[in-house]
Structures are given as C-alpha cells and as structure tokens.
Design a binder for this molecule. Structure first.
Ligand code: ZN
Length: 342
C-alpha cells in the first residue's frame, strides 16, 4: 500500500539576499529605498519561492523577505506605534536588550500589511501557502507601552488587528496562517491564562488552517546563552501544550532537532497537527537527509504520521543564504527518505 508523503514546510523566515538588506543580521538595514525597495522585496520573495519549490518543500511561504523583523514588519502598518520613540528594553524576560518603539495611542491597522506578498505568492505557485504573523503576547513583549497601562489589554487590542490582517490573508488565498509566539516559552503561566485566548481572538472567523509557532529562538548569541541556562531537559512546552491541545488552533510548530526538549512532550498536543522542527537553525552545519529522517522517525513515536509535518526549528533569517537553501533541500530529502522507510 502506498503511503502518503509527508507535507514539508518551514517555520517562517529565510535570509535576505545581500542586494535587499544587510546579511547575517536579525534587524538588517534595507539596501534600497522607495519603489526600488518594493521591487527588490518582490524579487527576493520570488527567488525564495523557486528555491523552496525546487528543494521539494510542499507548503511554501514568502520567507518574510518584505519585513525587517518578524515583529516590526507588522508594527509598521499600525497606527498608535511611534517608531521615533524607541526605548531600550529587556525583552523575553530580559534575555536580551532591544530598541523597541512605543505605543502612544489607541492601536489601529492603517492598511493591509502583507497583501502584496501574499498575492504575489498566490499568483506564482500552486503549492499551499503559509503566512506568519507575530502573536499578541510576543508583540507586547517587543514594545513599550505609553498608552494602555495594561499589557493584557494591549495584547487583546493587537489580537483584533491581527484578526483583520488574517482575514485579509485568507481572502488573498493563503492556506495556513501561523502566529509566532516565542514568548509562550518564557511566560508559560500567562500563555495559559490569557495568551491562547488572545490567539483565539486573532483567528476568529477564519476557515483556513491556523497554527502557532513556539520555539527557543533564532541561533543568535543571547539565545545560545539562554539555552545553556535551561538545564539538561527543556520542559517549557509541558505547561502550555495541554492548553493548546484543548484550543481551537489546528497546528503547533515546535523545536525538536538537536534540542533538549524531551520528545514525549509532543504527545501532550492531542489531536493537533504537529510541525516538527527537524532542521537546527542555530548551526551552519547542514543536516544530512539521514539525520532528518531519523528525527522524523523518532517523532513518529509520539505523533501519528498523518499529523506530522517536517519543518525547521525556527526561522532562518540571520543565516547564510546558501546554508539556508541547503537546509531546505535536506529537509525535503529527509522527509522523502523517512516516507520510504516507514
Ligand atoms: Zn522561532
């Protein structure tokens, strides 16, 4: 009996080519301005679409080529956020300092955020398309509040805006909308108390697949230090997964490759689709297809094959472009290998 192949996808971001932005940086400066920048973003989006398709990735994305950073890309279209009032703030529970803008008045979406790139992708591929948005809790953890005086109220205000954009993306033909919530791994109690409920507001009325990505961050210095402080076993997921299993979200994207996360925690996700991270984004060493297949096989002990989507651990934005492309090929090749073997 022929077994259905695994549906591969990626967590979100991909490196920007050197002609679009500074390379190997999390907050890169654009190399172009105005119309030339818009054109360069579109060119880079199509380039990565081709790379993903050629690699054999099934559910493709825009690689976040049009956003400077996964959080600030969204904020740029939000009225009420003052980018001229940037303050230094410790984020993710003071794991690292960032220069963050300040909320100075009621939040409102000025215009669609990702319509251009969503329609561009839809016009150029028959593959399923996935789009990422920052989650409400991660958003409020990445800016200063000079207006609401209540972080949770501010998060719900963002959830309303995210829902507006998500509905627009669905209308543009997007198949999967994923909310990135690395903050869920830092503020586990709050994630259960209100974080998932805020996500429910963000997905209200959507008929497409919805997902949440929870990770241990990009492979940057501060994250590597943080991970070293977490001990032998990383059990952060244990607190949040049972609540996610009971949530209305369809899919959960998690970190698995080379991670200290005990694999059995995936079983806590109940009937959810699980995007299993089989590519480590914290190292430039490219996985072999055999390594990827081995991670998939190990995960199959806890996730049934029809609900397992091989994926990257996190975004690959700060990596070398050619390393990221090689990792995409390893991901797809490893998934094919695992499919033949089981
Ligand atoms: Zn991530």
């Amino acid at each position: 009996m022929a077994t259905a192949k695994f549906q591969t996808t990626l967590a979100g971001s991909l490196p920007k080519p050197g002609w679009l932005a500074e390379t190997n940086k999390l907050w890169p400066t654009w190399r172009q301005e105005g119309a030339a920048l818009a054109e360069a973003k579109a060119d880079a989006t199509l380039l990565w679409l081709k790379e993903q398709e050629d690699a054999g990735i099934d559910i493709v994305g825009d690689g976040e080529q049009s956003r400077q950073h996964f959080v600030h890309g969204f904020l740029e279209q939000v009225d009420g956020v003052d980018f001229d009032r940037k303050v230094k703030m410790g984020i993710r529970n003071n794991r690292y300092d960032a220069m963050v803008p300040t909320v100075t008045s009621a939040l409102r979406l000025r215009a669609r955020v990702h319509q251009t790139e969503a329609r561009l992708l839809r016009a150029h591929t028959d593959h399923k398309i996935k789009f990422t948005l920052p989650g409400p809790m991660t958003l409020i953890d990445t800016l200063a509040d000079g207006h609401y005086g209540d972080r949770v109220r501010m998060a719900y205000a963002f959830a309303k805006l995210l829902n507006e954009e998500a509905r627009g993306l669905e209308a543009d033909g997007v198949d999967v909308i994923q909310f990135d919530e690395p903050a869920f791994n830092v503020y586990m109690d709050e994630a259960v108390q209100w974080g998932i409920d805020a996500l429910h507001q963000a997905i209200e009325g959507l008929r497409c697949k919805t997902a949440v990505h929870i990770c241990y961050g990009y492979g940057i210095e501060a994250n590597i230090r943080w991970k070293q402080s977490l001990g032998e076993e990383w059990r952060q997921y244990e607190k949040v997964f049972p609540a996610l299993a009971a949530s209305r979200l369809d899919q959960v994207s998690l970190e698995c490759a080379h991670s200290h996360v005990p694999m059995e925690l995936m079983a806590l996700l109940g009937a959810k689709d699980v995007m299993v991270g089989v590519i480590d984004v914290a190292t430039d060493s490219v996985e072999t297809p055999e390594e990827v297949a081995a991670t998939i096989k190990a995960a199959l002990r806890y996730v049934p094959r029809e609900r397992l989507l091989p994926c990257t651990n996190c975004g690959m934005a700060p990596m070398d472009r050619h390393v990221a492309a090689a990792k995409l090929r390893a991901l797809a090749a490893g998934a094919r290998l695992a499919c033949e073997a089981v």
